[in-house]
Design a protein. Structure first.
Lengths: 155, 171
């Protein structure tokens, strides 16, 4: 490239009117080995531009696939399912029990069943009371012994 | 969209986003964080990306907004970080010392420009974007972009000429 063209291009360059192609020509000229001495300081500028373009970004990008989000949603769904399942099961079994409380259509049958139930209850209670009668014997004996002991101590 | 497809989608402009962020934030670490952040945000809206004409322009706009927010909150906090205080990792690598030294000068000059001009220089002179794209990303009209670009280029020239003529200025 002859000096005159370089001068024209430089002038346009500083006015901001050069095209990309013209700027590439300038870069090529100023990074070559035959730059006119009085333009030598422009070598720094165009040389700098050229080296700056070679800087690379070589760090790894922390790109996480959407997995984390899906896992989160799956766990939320699973816990919801578990919770609603438990609630359903509990309420269902309660209902079943409530149904089993049994109703009688015939009042006589109901009366009989109630009597039977009360009999059963009182029998059990009586058995318990009989058992307690035996305990009374123990209590008396214990009192005798402990009285003696406490008497001895007081003497 | 699988992560592999996404990597392929962003591959052509991943580095541009990083350099763009670095132009504003200066520090390499912060620019890396910003790039990761922007890419993750893109990844999160990957289903809607088909609606955009250019994912690259979208990514650049997101980067610009994110970095400007970063700078704003940094300025708002008491801890003020002065850009020239950063030592860049790469400069320590002492490669091509002499050439790099004068290129560092260019970098320093560019980093003193207003943010908008810095971004325009980055997009035009380094990444070689057309004015149309630059205007879209920066939400300006093309004429304003050209004016700002011309101003930035002239500032760089003036400062560089001054440096060459006197040899020493503040470093």
């Amino acid at each position: 490239m002859d000096l005159q063209t370089v001068n024209i291009l430089l002038e346009k360059y500083f006015e901001g009117t050069t095209t990309i192609t013209e700027e590439k020509q300038l870069k090529a000229y100023f990074t070559s080995n035959n730059v006119a001495p009085h333009l030598a300081h422009y070598r720094d500028v165009f040389g700098y531009f050229k080296t700056e373009k070679e800087i690379k970004f070589d760090k790894k990008l922390p790109l996480q696939p959407r997995k984390t989000k899906t896992v989160k949603w799956i766990s939320i769904a699973a816990s919801l399912a578990l919770l609603s399942g438990t609630v359903w099961w509990v309420s269902n079994s309660n209902e079943a029990q409530a149904n089993e409380l049994g109703t009688f259509n015939n009042p006589e049958e109901a009366y009989q069943a109630t009597q039977e139930a009360l009999h059963l209850l009182s029998n059990e209670v009586n058995q318990g009371v009989e058992g307690m009668a035996v305990l009374k014997q123990y209590e008396q004996t214990k009192r005798k012994i402990f009285k003696k002991q406490s008497n001895k101590q007081s003497k | 969209m699988k992560s592999l497809e996404f990597e392929q989608l962003i591959a052509p402009f991943k580095n541009k986003v990083f350099r763009f962020a670095k132009r504003l934030l200066v520090s390499t670490e912060e620019a890396e964080d910003a790039t990761q952040e922007v890419m993750v945000r893109l990844w999160n809206k990957k289903e809607t990306l088909v609606n955009y004409n250019s994912v690259e322009a979208l990514a650049m706009t997101m980067t610009k907004n994110f970095c400007l927010d970063q700078l704003k909150s940094k300025r708002a906090s008491n801890l003020q970080l002065v850009h020239s205080n950063y030592s860049d990792n790469r400069t320590g690598l002492e490669k091509e010392i002499e050439a790099k030294d004068s290129w560092n000068w260019v970098e320093k000059i560019i980093n003193t420009l207003p943010e908008q001009q810095r971004l325009i220089i980055q997009m035009r002179d380094i990444e070689e974007y057309e004015f149309e794209t630059i205007a879209a990303v920066l939400e300006m009209n093309e004429t304003a972009v050209r004016v700002a670009l011309s101003r930035a280029r002239k500032t760089i020239r003036e400062q560089l000429v001054a440096k060459h003529n006197y040899g020493l200025t503040n470093s």
